[in-house]
Design a protein around this ligand. Structure first.
Ligand code: SF4
Length: 326
């Protein structure tokens, strides 16, 4: 997907993700080059609408341009050109505040930043002391202002997304945040929230049972809160929960829990086969997609209504094949 189309208010919003423009192959880097990322540009690009941003070019610095770096205290560094020492801090901050206000209207569900960049990196960006000594503890100026403006929007760097677990987690968060935004687009009702929470039950359990339980208390006491406070509290706890790493053990627990809903209806041979498949996954002999496919088969075949719409079963488009590598 690439361009916005005319939509009615009932159409679901496209999944829009911000991205450092150079990652899509555009020659906007200081040296006139790009950093095209094949997974992002070719594979993920078929399922989302990219919103490309190059803060340095859009702020008026040309291509090619003198390289820049962060200098000073890591919590408030200046953005200086490497050779001539020109200070672009104020200009970049002003531009960034303006650009994030524009991005607010785009309803982003995530952002992929270019790692290491003094404008776009989100962690471990080199910051130099006045004496020229580097430490990897900074955040790019645009990336910092973006995250201050959108604390709930999932962010990642392209380098970390080569790790299958990080990639799966990031996209789970992106698609979950998009569902949450969709829910909020239409007036958030108590019933809507109850249903959202129920559909995300097993996904949440695969990450963090304590968060799932706290969210359940929030939903159970919904009438005690003002709607905007409730939405804010639920959203931040929900996004925090999904950041907790889902482990093999937690996935096995979730799958066993689901199996409990239909186990009595299976033959002894089917039960044995299912346990064998779960054991293989637990021992690292097969990826998550194998037990998951079998569980999904039984849910469909036996028509287990309570489980059929669980987001855990399909948290992101299956064509991305993210669970073939977990
Ligand atoms: S890292 Fe950011 S500022 Fe640098 S070229 Fe890429 S998009 Fe532009």
């Amino acid at each position: 997907m690439s361009h916005t189309t005319t939509m009615s208010t009932t159409d679901p919003l496209p999944i829009r993700i911000g991205i450092s423009r150079c990652l899509l192959g555009e020659k906007v880097r200081y040296d006139g080059g790009h950093k095209r990322d094949r997974f992002l540009a070719d594979t993920l690009g078929r399922h989302v609408e990219w919103v490309p941003v190059c803060p340095e070019v859009e702020a008026g610095l040309g291509t090619p341009r003198e390289a820049m770096r962060l200098v000073g205290p890591p919590e408030a560094p200046r953005l200086l050109t490497v050779k001539s020492g020109l200070d672009h801090t104020h200009m970049m901050e002003r531009f960034s505040h303006h650009r994030v206000r524009e991005l607010d209207a785009m309803d982003l569900s995530g952002y992929v930043f270019k790692q290491g960049s003094p404008s776009c990196g989100i962690e471990r960006v080199r910051v130099y002391t006045e004496q020229g000594l580097p430490a990897r503890n900074g955040v790019g100026l645009f990336a910092r202002i973006f995250q201050e403006q959108f604390p709930l929007v999932p962010v990642e760097e392209e380098g970390r997304l080569t790790d299958p677990a990080i990639r799966d987690n990031f996209l789970e968060r992106v698609f979950s945040y998009a569902r949450w935004r969709e829910l909020q687009r239409h007036r958030l009702t108590r019933q809507g929230l109850v249903d959202f929470h129920r559909r995300h039950k097993f996904l949440l359990l695969a990450h963090s049972r304590p968060h799932y339980e706290k969210l359940g208390q929030l939903v159970g006491n919904a009438s005690l809160h003002r709607p905007t406070d409730l939405a804010h509290a639920y959203a931040s706890l929900f996004m925090q929960a999904l950041q907790v790493r889902a482990t093999v053990r937690k996935h096995v627990n979730v799958l066993q829990h689901m199996v409990g809903f239909f186990k009595p209806r299976l033959s002894a041979a089917e039960r044995d086969e299912l346990q064998e498949v779960l054991k293989d996954y637990h021992q690292g002999l097969t990826p998550l997609v194998v037990p998951l496919t079998l569980v999904k088969h039984y849910i469909r075949h036996l028509d287990i209504g309570y489980l059929a719409d669980q987001v855990y079963l399909n948290p992101h488009p299956k064509e991305l094949m993210l669970r073939n590598h977990l």
